[in-house]
Structure formats: C-alpha cells, structure tokens
Design a protein around this ligand. Sequence first.
Ligand code: ARG
Length: 464
Amino acid sequence: MAQLWGGRFTKETDQLVYAFNASIDFDQKLLHEDIAGSIAHVTMLAKQGIVTEAERDSIIAGLKSIEKDVEAGELAITSQYEDIHSFVEANLIERIGDAGKKLHTGRSRNDQVALDMRMYVRSHVKQTDILLKELLQVLYEKMEENLDTYMPGFTHLQKAQPVTLAHHFGAYFEMFKRDRSRLHDIYEHMNYCPLGAGALAGTTYPLDREYTAKLLDFYGPTLNSMDSVSDRDYVIEYLSALSTIMMHLSRFCEEIILWNSDEYRFVEMDDAYSTGSSIMPQKKNPDIAELIRGKTGRVYGALMGLLTTMKGIPLAYNKDMQEDKEQTFDAIETVESCLTLFTGMVSTMKFRKDVMAKSAMNGFTNATDAADYLVGKGVPFRDAHSIVGRLVLYCIDRNTSIDALSLDELRSISDKFGDDIYDAISLKTCVEKRLTIGAPGSGAMKQVLDIYKAYLNREEQLWK
Ligand code: ARG
C-alpha cells in the first residue's frame, strides 16, 4: 500500500477499508489529465518562484517518463496505490528523488481530482460532438437521396398523412443538432479551471491561477474555492445531455426495429449489423438497434446515480464524490460506442421504397387532403371532415380506398367531387403540396437541406 497520508496514523489501514476506499481501478483513466494538470501546476510554481527552474524541469521530465512508460506497457498501474494521483506522485519521487516531493506544493487532491475530471469530461464533450456530427452527415446524405421516397407518417402509431423518408430523417437531424448545441452550452459552463482551490480554501502560496488556467486551455480560473472542489454540476449536465442523446437514439432504433419487421418491411439491415438465431434459421435480428435501445437504461442510471450521490453533500469536498467516476466513464463509453455503431448501421441500411410508398397509399393517409379538396370547393372544413369520414366508412365496408372509388360513388356522398379529385389526393400531391417550411414537400425540404448543408460546412469552431 502506497499512500500519501501516513504521518498522523499509528496503525496500518485495514485491508478491506483500503480496498473500499481506493479508486485506482477506475481513476487510472485520468492518467493523462493528471499528468497534464501537474505539468501546468509545476510550470506555474516555477514562474512564481515557489520551485526552481531546475526542479520544474526535473519534475516535468519525470512526469513525462511515467506517462511514456505506462503507455508503452513498461510501468503497470497497480492496486498497490490508492488512486491515480498517488501512483503518479509515488513514481515521480522514486524516479527523481526529493524534487518530486515539491510537486504537490499549493495543491490538494481535492482540486487535483476536480481538475482531472473536468478535463476528462471536457475532452469527451468534444468527442461526443464529433460523433454526433458524423451521424448528422450520414442523415444528411440519406435525406438528399430520399426527398421523394414516400412513406406513411404516423400519429398514435396509426397511419396519418404521407411524408417522405427525408422528412422523417429530418426530424432526427433536428434532435441530434439540438444535442450538439447542448454540448456546446455545457462546455461554456464548465470551461473554468478549479486548480489552485486547494483542499477547499485556496492556499497561502502566491499561485497564479489565471496562468494555470491559460496553460490548460480554460477560459479562466473558477471563482470560489469551495465550489471548485465540490462542483460536479457539469458532469450531471453532461450525463443529462448523454441521456437525451440515448433517448433520441433509442426512439430511432425502435422505429428501425419496427421497419425491419416482417409486418413493415420498410428497411433491410445490412448483414454486418444483424445477427442470426441459434434455433430459427430464417431469423435476421436487429440486435444492434435493440442493444442501443437497451443501453439507454444504464446511461439514465448514471444520471440518476450522480444526482442522488450529490443531493445531500455539505460543502466542500466529501468522499462521496469519488462515486462520480465509474458511472460517468461507463455512460461515456456507452454513448460513444452507440453513436459509432448507429451511424454505421444507418449508413448501410437499405430502404424498400416500393413497400414504403405502397404502405403510404393504404390506410386513408389522403383523407385530410380529400377534406381540404372539398374546402377548396366551398365546403366548410367541419362539414368536409364529416363527409370524408362517411367516405372512409364506405371504403372500409368495401375494403377499398378513397382514390379507388368511381366518380359516381364519390358524388353519391358529395356532389362537390369532380374529376380533379384523383389528382388532388394522389400520394404525390399529398406530399408535394405540403410546402410550408418544415413540411415534407420536396420544395420545402430542399430549403431545409440548404440550411443543413451550411450548418455542416460551418468551419468556425464550436469550442473557442
Ligand atoms: N479519489 C478521490 C476522488 O475521486 C480523490 C480525491 C481524494 N481527496 C481526499 N480528500 N481524500 O474523489
């Protein structure tokens, strides 16, 4: 057991207590952030004359050699150390001797871990954004290809009005675009450096916190040292954004699973993204979509877990906060792998355009347009609604559709129907006449696609 705090203790820590308390098994993920934070800290200490330049150089070289050796597999991170901070410091002292003992001057593990976690989350906020952008790119391409791929739009999972595949995908484009903007907001909230907050009350050393913040690409230092060591809001915000991403992915997966079923047959999953059954030879299962839908639960779990962990903690740092890590790491890994797989799955999926169009023609998806037609002939909308309602009943009795009725049959229900009704309620007209911005008509969709193209090509960095 190598720990940083033996001085005032007279007894060895109980083995079970030691293992229960330790976090090295999971916080070793923070190695790079811990080393980068330490390099910035000691650079600032030297600038302030708190350590010498020679000490700084030796510490930095020692830290870099530790990082290099871990990466090369030559130095193992073992449970002999309590946490990643102890591991780095103990190895540093072993390598460079007494100078290593000066690294922790003016610092506590409380602000150290607050910094490491912030830097780790910050880099994954960016990574999540990159993955979302890749997904949006694929959705954009699918939309461009499917401006006139007609399909039924549903409400209550009942066929409602026809839309296009481009329009349906566009709904998800909007969701994932909002997800990106949420990440951007989180970045703006969190990008302040807690280093220098010490244990809770700053330090008596003349630290230059602005300088350290700048070295680590933060906008500036945090402004309250107690808040700095006990703030995990940004993790909660990030987990909330990740949960929303999973909710969107899960809804999309649910639709793909339905569309892939024998009842719908709208899509065919690529073999690479499907699996078979051990007993039923005919099966090609959408396991990846199901798994993404299923994994949504564990990401929500992480959000609920951390909210609950944080709710009763008095200021400032308490060990409860160590519990922020495992569930956050798991949620990040889950979302990153789900996004990557989902993007691959959608980009390789085939759409059965004929089946979709046929499905859009059944189920009276043109009933609203038939009513609108009557409105065009001077019938008040409420009356038109009731006339078409009777028409639908008539069709259900005869197992047919409105557009398959003869003009005589139509006129037996309302003499306002004329020859032009067939064109007015054709699938194409039903979609293409919907041209208000945000509607499925290809004229309107093209305008939206232009906006999306400009959005995807925007060079300016989301992150300053
Ligand atoms: N492993 C700890 C954590 O993750 C590091 C901070 C320890 N600080 C302390 N005062 N014991 O929160």
